[in-house]
Ligand binder design. Structure first.
Ligand code: NAP
Length: 507
């Protein structure tokens, strides 16, 4: 690959439109920072509305091009298989870029880039298995069937926390069904999408099927979501930005997929295996330094187990090894953005102001070897209540609020008393209770005796202010195609022109 950490360092990255790399039309660039030092490490093209126009035009051109439009499903699948192979060969380079850009553990980014080929293969296999139905309408001599067609150009906007993984959730099923994509990555993590474009080109996708415009959300992102050439917007990011995106989509009357924020309830009943459960709680909130949409940031613990779980969480949090994300034994790296660090610090003060008890953490680690990096200690607030700001707002950092509950009724009331509805988890040995929780909780995903365990086959997406629409599995393909009904009258008869042709007979 020409784009590697070494070649990117100190360079100016281009955008990728219609199979070509070029600077933004205005020539403007933006800085990207290394979270472990706080220092800039490359510049990306700062795309504008003009670049978005070009990218949508290139994607629209590819949609009409027989090289893409006329390609058989099996051949589209072959391209996706080829892309999977290339990702596998270049997985280490992609993981290194992502870690450098967003500060997440190299171990975690390696695991993600090792997973991406499977993701593309899963949809490669699906490409020639997408079919319609024959509908048994009650009309003699009438054949009705349905066809699934590509939607068109999909605008894809992704955040900085898992850029390639989030992008893949829309790109793999989109290319599988014959759509074209225009991607706007976060200005904080532009590099991996540009490096990925190189693999898409090498795999042999027709020019224009895959485009990347880097730039600011408020300019390039906004221009993409207002573009009349889009058939759908797939947005992953914060709820407030999601509202703006949905408003733009509403004006254009195009559908949206909104994968937004969360404040997920993660529940421990007194009968649970407390060691396993606490490890689950720690993973749910401290993995990726809490910067995951499904972070189990509201930890509900039943009264008899409360003190023991808080104590175990304290010990677990204090044992977490904070360090450089590239070190093999590091468990918690820096936050990805300076603004994120300030936000976490603000919520530590708000938690204390609202009366939560700071059990551990709450500050930047006092260690010279961490320099100016945006590190923050894993933090546990005990005696939190559901109405505190630390329990209501998405912090997107390593901050757990541990809330006591008495019984199931009490728990469900509190678990659902949130604006969000993305994910949830429960630890108990009682399967009846777990199922009652699964049926009652307002969350798009329910994990029972596990947490943060997604799969490309498992439909996922939020309710309420966590958004709408689904990633993964056949649901993703359904949402990225349009369904057309075809009706053929093969009776050879001429009907009364002034009467609608409804079913006859029956009651
Ligand atoms: P964000 O500020 O909403 O940004 C997300 C993306 O939207 C970025 O690419 C951003 O570009 C762009 N953007 C910003 N303003 C825009 C606008 N007016 N129009 C169009 N695009 C715009 O969110 P974030 O801070 O990057 O990401 C964290 C959030 O994402 C959290 O709330 C997290 O829960 C959520 N998330 C959800 C999921 C899920 O699957 N539900 C997964 C991961 C993350 P710039 O960065 O260049 O501004």
């Amino acid at each position: 690959m020409q784009f590697t950490v070494d070649s990117i360092e100190g360079s100016e990255l281009p955008i990728y439109i219609g199979g070509e790399w070029r600077p933004s039309k205005s020539g403007a660039t933006l800085e990207s920072f290394d979270p472990t030092t706080g220092a800039p490490w490359y510049r990306a093209a700062d795309g504008s509305e003009d670049d978005i126009d070009d990218a949508v035009a290139a994607a629209t051109g590819a949609l009409k091009d027989p090289a893409w439009r006329g390609m058989t499903q099996t051949d589209r699948g072959r391209l996706l298989y080829r892309l999977a192979e290339l990702i596998e060969q270049n997985g280490e380079a992609l993981a290194q870029i992502e870690t450098r850009d967003n500060g997440k553990l190299l171990r975690e980014m390696r695991a993600q880039s090792a997973y991406l080929p499977n993701y593309y293969r899963y949809f490669a296999g699906m490409a020639d298995k997408i079919q319609g139905d024959v509908i048994p309408v009650s009309k003699p001599d009438v054949l009705n069937f349905t066809m699934r067609e590509p939607l068109g150009v999909i605008g894809v906007i992704v955040p900085w926390n898992s850029p390639l993984y989030m992008m893949t959730c829309t790109v793999a099923p989109s290319l599988c069904v014959g759509n074209c994509v225009v991607i706007k990555p976060s200005e904080h993590t532009s590099a991996s999408a540009i490096a990925f474009a190189e693999l898409v080109k090498e795999a042999g996708f027709p020019d224009g099927a895959f485009n990347v415009v880097t730039g600011h959300g408020a300019t390039a992102g906004d221009a993409l979501t207002r573009h009349p050439g889009l058939a759908k917007i797939a947005f992953t990011g914060g709820t407030e930005t999601g509202r703006k995106v949905a408003a733009n989509a509403g004006r254009m009357l195009v559908p949206c997929n909104l994968e937004l924020g969360g404040k997920s309830p993660h529940v421990v009943f007194g009968d649970a295996d407390l060691e396993r459960a606490t490890t689950g709680l720690i993973s749910g909130i401290f993995a990726a330094a809490g910067q995951t949409c499904v972070a189990g940031s509201r930890c509900f613990v039943q009264a008899p187990a409360y003190d023991e779980v808080v104590d175990r969480m304290k010990q677990g949090a204090e044992a977490i090894r904070i360090g450089h994300p590239k070190d093999e034994d590091t468990q918690l790296g820096p936050l990805a953005l300076k603004a994120q660090l300030s936000k976490v610090q603000k919520y530590i003060a708000l938690g204390q102001e609202d009366g939560a008890q700071l059990v551990t953490g709450g500050r930047r680690p006092q260690r010279d070897d961490l320099g100016e990096g945006w590190y923050f200690e894993p933090t546990v607030f005990a005696n939190a209540t559901n109405d505190m700001r630390v329990a209501r707002d998405e912090i997107f950092g390593p901050v757990a609020s541990v809330i006591k509950f008495e019984d199931e009724a009490d728990l469900i009331e509190m678990a659902n008393d949130t604006a969000y509805g993305l994910a949830s988890g429960i630890w108990t040995k009682d399967i009846d209770r777990a199922m009652r929780f699964a049926k009652s909780v307002d969350a798009g995903t329910v994990w029972i005796n596990t947490y943060r365990a997604p799969s490309m086959m498992t439909p996922s997406g939020g309710f309420k202010e966590s958004g709408y629409g689904k990633h993964n599995g056949f649901e993703a393909v359904r949402e990225l195609t349009r369904l057309k009904s075809v009706v053929i009258d093969h009776s050879g008869k001429t009907a009364d022109p002034f009467v609608m042709k409804l079913e006859t007979g029956g009651s």
